[in-house]
Ligand binder design. Sequence first.
Ligand code: ADP
Ligand code: NA
Length: 342
Amino acid sequence: AQEPVIFSGIQPTGVPHLGNYLGALREWVKLQDEAKPGTKLLFSIVDLHALTVPQDAAQLRKWRREAFATLLAVGLDPSRSTVFYQSEVPAHAELMWILSTVASMGYLSRMTQWKSKLQLPEDTTLEQADARAQLRLGLFSYPVLQAADILVHRATHVPVGEDQRQHLEFSRYTANSFNHLYGPIFPIPEAHISPAKRVMSLKEPTSKMSKSHADEKSRIILTDSPSVIQKKIKVALTDSQPNITYDPAQRPGVSNLIEILSHFEGQSCQEIAASFDGASLRALKEHVASRITHHLTDIRERYVSIMDDKTGYLDSIAQQGAAAAQANASVTMRKVRDAMGL
Ligand code: ADP
Ligand code: NA
């Protein structure tokens, strides 16, 4: 039987935010802590994906380190999980080329991610996007790189947020296409969708909290101090209705705060709304800020000590991680090359 292999990744485009934490990182740590012996766990800082939009080199270098330190700070343990920078394992890019020889152009063009990254309307055609916004090949084809990230490690389980479901479907489809042509090389990966609802932007609660959102007050990042957390929650966009009710369609701002609280309290949103019946919005906000602060304190302290370390700790973990990931990937690449006549 196939050994379980868990793989996931995060882009180094800023210190991870509360949405990344609740939708992904917290789940990764839980999977690690509950994994049966023999389960392989790999988590990658997917820096090649960050290049799908222009990046400043010094900024990217800083963000990569920050993302790596955050993964360790939230509780990924290098003795159990392989944590690595994607670009340090060339097999990811190599397999991307190979998969691009079987990946469907039609499928890729029907996906929506390139439109949302370019902030184009849903009905934009490929030709329109190319003319208006200079759609680059990498932005169009990065789901193929995502497929390679997953398949090169023979991943069986991919923990991601709901927003990534479409991409995982593409990876499964591409794995099947390859297997059909060349034999059963790749296990078909299963999505492990986080039970957490998407965390929404604090400023625009109808869109998801995201690193790429310009307004920094739209997200809580994992290294925010208690006073910054308090300020951001205080100015979070809500509404002027007097009482507290859970109603994501009509009251997205208040409901987002209730959802965030429910992730920390382990209570349903309805229970939380009921417990705040008659309370003020201010009381709800104070409670949310205090719960977030409480939960992030240890993470922030570990993050600071990793970033302040002068013994080369982070770099040595990154080196070990890259070596382990390369070794795992090379097993796949031998099979792929052999099956294809390379
Ligand atoms: P971002 O969208 O902020 O650039 P990434 O694309 O690097 O973040 O996503 C890393 C992980 O975090 C993915 O598994 C994704 O599903 C999850 N994620 C991102 N934003 C949110 C959010 N607002 N709520 C829940 N999960 C999220
Ligand atoms: Na995302």
